[in-house]
Design a protein. Structure first.
Length: 178
C-alpha cells in the first residue's frame, strides 16, 4: 500500500476547498394543487432562513450561497417520492412524470400526486472560501524555518509548532498552545 507523505495535508486541503452546504427538509403530505403552491413557497422560505443561519455560524457569507428549492412528489398510496424543482405546478408535474417514468418505466395518471415534503439546499462555492485572506499568513516562510506555522482553529488564528514527519518517533505528542 502506498500512502502519500502529505496525505493529511491533502485531506485538509480537500476539506478546505469543499463547498459548504446546509440542507433543511420538512413534511407536507398534501395533494399537489394550484392552491398549495403559496404554502410550498413560504415553507421553503422558512427552511432557507434556517439554513442561512447555519451557514453564518460556519463563518460563511449566506448571501453568496446558491439555493435549490425542491418539492418531493409521489403518487398517492405509494412510498417513493421523487424531488423536483419548486416552480409552477405544470412544470413540477412534467418534471415528476419524467423522473417517475425514468425510475419506474410507467405512470399512474389516474392517481393524485402528493407533495410529500419540501427541501432547500444552500451551497457556498469553495472558491470564495479558498480565496479568503488569512491574517498573518506567512506560513510558507515560517515552515521553512522549522519553528511554527499559522493555522485557523477554534475560531481564531494561532501559531502551531511545525513538526517534520521525518522527525516523528512512535508515541510522539506535540501540544498546540491555546
Amino acid at each position: 500500500m502506498l500512502i502519500h507523505p502529505l496525505a493529511g495535508v491533502l485531506s485538509a486541503l480537500g476539506l478546505g476547498l469543499a463547498d459548504v452546504t446546509a440542507m433543511r427538509k420538512t413534511t407536507v403530505e398534501a395533494p399537489l394543487t394550484h392552491d398549495l403552491l403559496p404554502l410550498l413557497g413560504s415553507t421553503c422560505d422558512g427552511l432557507a432562513e434556517a439554513a442561512r443561519a447555519e451557514l453564518a455560524q460556519q463563518v460563511v457569507d449566506p448571501s453568496r450561497a446558491a439555493i435549490v428549492r425542491r418539492v418531493h412528489l409521489k403518487y398517492e398510496g405509494t412510498d417513493t417520492a421523487l424531488p423536483v424543482p419548486l416552480g409552477p405546478s405544470a412544470g413540477m408535474m412534467s418534471d415528476f412524470e419524467a423522473a417517475y417514468r425514468q425510475h419506474f418505466s410507467f405512470l399512474m395518471r389516474d392517481r393524485t400526486v402528493v407533495a410529500e415534503a419540501v427541501s432547500v439546499e444552500l451551497t457556498s462555492a469553495s472558491e470564495h472560501l479558498a480565496s479568503t485572506e488569512r491574517p498573518g499568513s506567512d506560513g510558507e516562510n515560517r515552515a521553512r524555518g522549522g519553528t511554527s506555522v499559522r493555522m485557523h482553529a477554534g475560531g481564531t488564528w494561532r501559531d502551531a509548532p511545525l513538526v517534520r514527519r521525518r522527525e516523528l518517533a512512535q508515541g510522539h505528542v506535540s501540544a498546540v498552545p491555546p
